[in-house]
Design a protein around this ligand. Structure first.
Ligand SMILES: [Zn+2]
Length: 405
């Protein structure tokens, strides 16, 4: 874990500052959920100094000359994470050279308008995503913090059917290790290129209704290699067999709820909880499936058993970036707004071993905040979509033209 912390701390130092973006901000007269469990506190002032929350309370003095946001009627939460996105659409190509304003606009349309201050890219061309990240971290482009998996690994000769239209030169780059040694080499290559985590297809959907699992020895070798350098391992498991491979290989996160629910019972879920595995529901992706109620039920049962759920939607694979269906599905599953807030803030911070520095609104935490126009306690799922400001390290990286009420 120590190594992971070092990796992550390295990234923390990359808060935009290089071009002198002021990381000083005061938010006045706000209603605040300081954590998912806390009651709503009103008339709070939050002061962010050098990108970190310096003060938060009812009687806080704002230093002279500081930029102020008057927040009457709005609700402040810790910055949202989306732990399953992709920078794989052609519009991200050549991120090193695209105009900065264009990248900022694309990031706002895809992510920051929904309040995301951190995203986890679970598969894209690693050099390109690293170039995008570099331009965000320099302060030239306004965007979320990005963790990336780089190129995912697939079972040998078993690419998912939905990649059929991918150009041959891109296909050739997709990792399909045939041996444990191949797998380790691919993991190391991804890391050398700047990847932070690993994504495995432990169950690859080669045809609709047909899943080819990854050999467990290969999945285990890749996972162990990733863990050596301190990164987390995400898996697309698809069904019971792919989920068993993920469990046996020691994977950390299922990047989706398994969409084929057959055979995934309380015993399997309990094993995952015992191994401290996390599930990213991605329910919008499955919202048209006839089994959607059962898929939602798996997430609810997993949480009841003590499992950790982290918010993520496969945005960027899904070309429709709207988050409202995900919130609707989570609430239909039986989760409260506090459960959802945990999935958006404290749970991903814990998964990435960052709880000491972020996930809550209190002094000492990163100045990453998502500001809504409505109180999500209303229980209306769309409330989470009514974003007024997305603030990262004290910098407003997105703001609504007008109140979204
Ligand atoms: Zn995905």
């Amino acid at each position: 874990m120590g190594r992971l912390c070092n990796r992550v701390l390295g990234l923390l130092l990359l808060i935009p500052s290089a071009v002198g973006v002021a990381q000083e901000l005061a938010i006045e007269d706000a209603a605040v959920y300081t954590s998912p469990e806390a009651p709503l506190r009103r008339h709070m002032t939050i002061v962010i100094h050098q990108g970190v929350i310096a003060d938060a309370g009812e009687h806080v003095r704002i230093p002279k000359g500081m930029q102020r946001i008057s927040c009457q009627g709005c609700v402040v939460l810790a910055g949202f994470w989306n732990a399953h996105v992709h920078f794989m659409e052609p519009k991200w190509n050549d991120a090193a050279h695209l105009p900065a304003e264009r990248l900022t606009r694309q990031l706002s349309e895809m992510l920051t308008h929904s309040g995301f201050t951190t995203v986890v890219d679970t598969g894209s061309e690693v050099e390109n995503t690293v170039a995008l990240r570099k331009r965000i971290e320099s302060g030239e482009v306004f965007g979320p913090r990005i963790f990336t998996a780089g190129i995912p690994l697939y079972p040998a000769h078993a690419l998912p059917f939905y990649l059929a239209d991918v150009p041959a030169d891109v296909k050739a780059k997709l990792g399909q290790p045939e041996t444990a040694a191949d797998a380790k080499a691919l993991v190391d290559k991804n890391h050398a290129a700047g990847a932070d985590i690993l994504k495995l297809f432990t169950g690859s959907i080669v045809r609709p209704n047909q899943v080819t699992p990854m050999q467990v020895e290969i999945a285990r070798a890749a996972t162990e290699e990733e863990h050596k350098s301190g990164g987390l391992v995400f898996s697309h498991s698809s069904n019971m067999e792919g989920t068993k491979v993920a469990i046996d290989a020691g994977v950390d996160v299922l990047a989706h709820t398994p969409e084929s629910v057959n055979g995934i019972d309380g015993v399997v879920l309990q094993r995952m909880v015992a191994q401290q595995m996390t599930i990213i529901p991605t329910l919008k992706l499955f919202s048209q499936d006839s089994d959607i109620a059962k898929i939602r039920g798996l997430d609810y049962q997993f949480r009841q058993l003590g499992g950790r759920l982290v918010y993520g939607t496969d945005t960027g694979f899904l070309a429709d970036y709207d988050q409202s269906e995900e919130f609707r599905q989570l609430m239909a599953a039986g989760f409260t707004f506090r459960d959802v807030l945990d999935m958006l803030t404290t749970a991903p911070a814990a998964l990435f071993h960052l709880s000491q520095h972020e996930g809550k609104v209190m002094p000492g935490m990163r100045g990453d905040l998502t500001v809504l126009s409505d109180d999500p306690a209303s229980g209306r799922p769309e409330t989470f979509n009514h974003v007024l400001y997305t603030i990262r390290g004290g910098v407003v990286i997105w703001q609504a033209d007008r109140p979204t009420k």
